[in-house]
Design a protein around this ligand. Structure first.
Ligand code: AMP
Length: 116
């Protein structure tokens, strides 16, 4: 199934792309939840973390490495950052193509508190 992120990868929808290689693309979140909020998206279609196969496990490592490299390059790796992968409804996943959120740029509040 095609998602908005597939359309960004195909350049059918504009995005503020900050990094791309053969495996993945990274662009700024359209509704940032922190001063720095970048999404790292693999080019392999995988709807949720539940759908990741053992053979695809390195893809998650690639997302994490790309996020850490970005943090180092941009100079906030030492200050710190948070990475998040939401899965399905209780986590609030809205785009069903696996992606890693990178949040940074200020001290971040506690997370994981149930909202109901
Ligand atoms: P999730 O809730 O984990 O599925 O996160 C999806 C994220 O994608 C949200 O933070 C949205 O703000 C973001 N998003 C949706 N559409 C776009 C877009 N066209 N460009 C950039 N970010 C987007």
């Amino acid at each position: 199934m095609s998602t908005i992120f597939d359309r960004i990868i195909r350049r059918e929808v504009p995005a503020d792309i900050v990094y791309e290689d053969e495996q993945l693309i990274a662009f700024r979140d359209i509704a940032p939840q922190a001063p720095i909020h970048v999404l790292f998206v693999p080019k392999t279609p995988i709807a949720t973390l539940n759908d990741l196969t053992p053979e695809q496990a390195p893809i998650i490592g690639q997302l994490a490495l790309a996020a850490a490299d970005y943090a180092k390059r941009e100079g906030f790796a030492q200050a710190g950052y948070r990475t998040v992968i939401n899965c399905n409804g209780d986590a609030g996943q809205t785009v069903f193509q696996v992606h890693l959120h990178l949040l940074a740029g200020a001290p971040l509040g506690h997370f994981g508190t149930p909202i109901r």
